[in-house]
Design a protein around this ligand. Structure first.
Ligand SMILES: [Zn+2]
Length: 78
């Protein structure tokens, strides 16, 4: 399994770039599973553009749910 909460080259969530949006269902990953999301309260700042993040999408089949601590996504392989 891959670590969740990764950003792709275009600054989108990597898992979103691998998914398609289906009306009335949500984002479906390439494996066929509907994406889930870690909801953050309060929102955190992340990424090079310091975008405000309040939800982190991930695939419950292919990815480990992202863990957020002290306003940052915890990375196990830095
Ligand atoms: Zn998946």
């Amino acid at each position: 399994m891959r670590e969740g909460g990764k950003l792709g080259q275009d600054g989108q969530w990597l898992v979103i770039t691998e998914s398609v949006y289906i009306e009335n269902k949500g984002w479906e990953h390439q494996c066929g599973e509907t994406l889930e999301a870690v909801v953050l309260t309060p929102p955190i700042l992340d990424g090079p553009e310091k975008i405000t993040v309040d939800k982190i999408p991930y695939c419950p089949i292919c990815e480990v749910a992202p863990i957020v601590k002290d306003g940052q996504i915890q990375r196990s392989m830095n």
